[in-house]
Design a protein around this ligand. Structure first.
Ligand code: ASP
Length: 432
């Protein structure tokens, strides 16, 4: 396939053309045209992302939880696996929050630019009444996660945590009834999951146009008054990307390396060498689910993890463990808040830890799923969801990097679990 037919290149082209169009229309008085006819394409794209969020969370989580059925059989291994997945996810978010608070990429934008951006998104915030919301107490926040009416939860994207709650409850209910009774519903969710993933795939096909329109609209909003503001935004995006990549690198260097030091005898470099094809595939497909077969094969054949452990730990990981994605969601949420001139309180940052953990569990291992789930995180901290437009242009490329970390995290946990169960064989390097 020619390079320009690949989606990530098309998105980059969309991004560049969108920037160019935004600048051209600013200097040639076409701002009105851009706002009226091009901006809506971006809005439709964002709306589609919101539309698919509820079914995506519901299907992917119910399927994820029902897959945990085996935990009863393999409860000890299941416990270890889940604990390791949770701990690494929370550490990833803490690393993400640390780097983004330290580097503050969103602050690269001058205050007036932040104000202009906020101005263009304010309507949407006011719509939801978020302007009037005070930061709420942790207890209140927890109380609000439990819905009284499921239909109401599904009807409003800002209740996404309630959807997560319902999905987990449904999954738990399903694994506690006899299989022949639950089978039909499990199959429905399984099939819904497949369909939703396909729809995400279709939405991503129009991403180049969506990104074009969003970038053009952002530039028109900014450069409409002063063209140098457009360049400030690009600088800030550059810093955002650097911050995220640094966070991902630190997570691998600190967390996985320490895990290997503490809980296995394997060197992390040998481990990387053994799983290299899975990493490359993760990078090029941006999908940990699509990479799963290769990850399974390498982990079993080359890393030496016993079949029983690998085929239990890895599929669960591909569904619920996304260290790269959770780190990204933390960095992106804080960056967007910074770019809009919002200072996040400590409670809001704690909310990010909680919601990004849940959001990454609910993220399907397919390209672009992470940015959809970012909606949950933003809504929980009352940052305008429309701010996603700021980062969408670079999102697809960063997706490739966070997927590497997602895939690596699953494989690393499988090594630790196998080692602790005495089921780790010798490393094996073959034809490479
Ligand atoms: N592409 C990621 C994965 O498959 C999910 C995401 O969008 O963050 O692991």
């Amino acid at each position: 396939m020619q390079w320009y037919k690949k989606l990530h290149w098309q998105i980059i082209i969309g991004l560049i053309l969108g920037l160019a169009w935004g600048l051209i229309s600013s200097v040639s008085g076409l701002n009105g045209f851009t706002s009226e006819y091009i901006r809506p394409i971006g809005s439709i794209f964002i709306t589609l992302l919101k539309l698919i969020a509820v079914p995506l969370v519901l299907a992917s989580l119910v399927v994820g939880v029902t897959n945990l059925n085996d935990t009863t059989k393999l409860s000890r291994m299941g416990g270890k696996t889940i604990a390791l997945y949770m701990v690494t996810t929370v550490l990833a978010i803490i690393i993400g929050l640390s780097v983004v608070n330290l580097i503050q990429p969103g602050k690269a934008l001058p205050a007036e630019t932040q104000a202009t951006l906020m101005e263009s998104y304010r309507g949407n915030v006011a719509d939801r009444g978020a302007d009037t919301l005070e930061p709420e107490s942790l207890m209140n926040f927890i109380v609000r996660i439990v819905p009284a009416n499921a239909v109401e939860s599904f009807s409003d994207n800002s209740n996404m945590l309630q959807v997560v709650f319902i999905a987990i409850l449904l999954g738990i209910g399903l694994i506690h009834i006899p299989l022949q009774k639950g089978q039909a519903l499990i199959e429905v969710f399984d099939s819904l999951n497949e369909v939703v993933i396909k729809i995400v795939d279709l939405i991503m096909k129009i991403a180049p146009y969506g990104v074009f329109a969003l970038m053009a609209a952002v530039i028109v909003d900014l450069a409409g008054e002063d063209i140098s503001r457009a360049f400030q935004l690009l600088m800030a995006l550059g810093w955002y990307s650097v911050t995220l990549l640094l966070g991902l690198f630190l997570h691998v260097a600190l967390v996985y390396t320490s895990l290997f030091k503490m809980f296995s005898k394997m060197s992390i470099f040998d481990f990387f060498r053994a799983i290299r094809p899975a990493i490359l595939l993760g990078f090029s497909t941006s999908s940990s689910s699509a990479t799963l077969p290769v990850t399974l094969e390498r982990v079993k054949k080359n890393v030496g993890v016993d079949e029983e452990v690998a085929s239990f730990v890895l599929p669960i990981g591909a569904t619920i463990n996304m260290d790269g994605t959770s780190l990204y969601q933390a960095v992106a949420a804080v960056f967007i808040a910074q770019a809009l001139g919002m200072d996040l309180t400590f409670a809001q940052q704690l909310t990010i830890v909680l919601t990004a953990t849940l959001a990454s569990i609910g993220t399907a291992g397919v390209p672009g799923a992470g940015v959809i789930m970012l909606v949950i995180v933003l809504q929980a901290i009352q940052v305008p969801v429309e701010g996603i437009a700021l980062i969408l242009g670079v999102d697809r490329i960063l997706d490739m990097f966070r997927t590497i970390v997602n895939v690596t995290g699953d494989a690393a946990v499988s090594v630790v679990v196998a080692h602790s169960e005495g089921k780790l064989g010798p490393l094996h390097f073959d034809e490479e």
